[in-house]
Design a protein around this ligand. Structure first.
Ligand SMILES: [Mg+2]
Length: 296
């Protein structure tokens, strides 16, 4: 039973978080740091499981864990506390692949978390429109699936602590709503667009809804973006397209997302958070679960 002060489905949130971390760690394997692009392409096409014994997760998971901690403790997004937990996550391990903006912002928030109000909008002259608020938010959407308005509203509160630009916020809303709809068994790209604020992210989700699922994922990524521009509108539409293409099958969804390459830890984290909100990680091969770095 959920008490009134702790609304939401924490089991669904946990399923989504476990899957998000798996997607993040799996996706990270395909970066050129670990295997040259030509080899990565061939291995993804052949569905060859990455051979490394440990798949480390990255900033996507570190910040999703921080957000989960706030929601577990408060039952809602307590923004100053969230700013502090983001900063603590960064401070604990700065080598998790954080973007430039977070390297600037998060050390400042460690000493004065409440300053997110002035510091986040000052990033990149108008706030970050990157994919950082979207990549960590699927478990929040899963948690609040019973109330789409609440899921969207809490997603906004979680986003603006670091990503103040409307497109950065819209990316978070789209992913949170997608995860919520996924748990409800109502996930379609059209329904996500309906609940996403107007702008480039929403336009991208509407474009994704027009791409037939028979399309090869690499071709879809060409049309929708694969996150290589590190913007929410370049990342979220494709990640949600593969999630909608493979609801109920996390492993297949992740292979399809990996075919898009680009910011592949983040696209895979988003796809996995949405699909895994329903499936959890039980359906993927056992060695995937063993190799993913534990959440601690
Ligand atoms: Mg990352």
């Amino acid at each position: 039973m959920n008490s009134p002060s702790r609304p939401g489905d924490s089991a669904a949130a946990r399923r989504s978080l476990e899957a998000l971390a798996l997607g993040d760690a799996f996706g990270e394997r395909w970066f050129p740091l670990f295997r040259p692009p030509r080899q990565a392409y061939a291995e993804v096409r052949a569905r060859r499981t990455p051979h490394e014994p440990v798949w480390h997760w990255t900033d996507d998971t570190a910040l999703a864990l921080a957000l989960q901690r706030v929601l577990d403790e408060y039952g809602h997004v307590e923004q100053d506390r969230l700013a502090l937990y983001f900063a603590l996550a960064f401070d604990a391990d700065q080598a998790r692949g954080y973007g430039h903006g977070m390297h600037v912002l998060l050390p400042e928030l460690l000493t004065s978390p409440a300053d997110w109000r002035t510091l986040a909008p000052g990033l990149f002259e108008g706030g970050s429109l990157g994919n950082g608020a979207a990549m960590r938010v699927a478990p929040l959407g899963a948690r609040f699936h019973a109330d789409l308005g609440l899921a969207a509203g809490q997603a906004v509160l979680s986003a603006v602590v670091t990503h103040a630009h409307p497109e950065g916020v819209a990316g978070a809303v789209a992913v949170a709503v997608a995860a919520a709809l996924s748990v409800r068994g109502e996930f379609t790209l059209e329904a996500v667009a309906e609940h996403t604020p107007q702008g480039a992210v929403r336009d991208g989700v509407l474009r994704a809804a027009q791409v037939p699922f028979a399309t090869d994922p690499w071709k879809s990524a060409d049309l929708l973006g694969n996150g290589s521009r590190i913007r929410a509108d370049d990342t979220v539409p494709f990640a949600l397209w593969t999630a909608a293409r493979h609801p109920g099958d996390l492993e297949t969804a992740l292979w399809a997302t990996a075919e898009g390459f680009g910011d592949v830890d983040t696209t895979c984290a988003i796809t996995a958070g949405v699909v895994g909100a329903v499936t959890g990680v039980e359906g993927v091969p056992a060695e995937w679960r063993l190799r993913r770095e534990p959440l601690g």
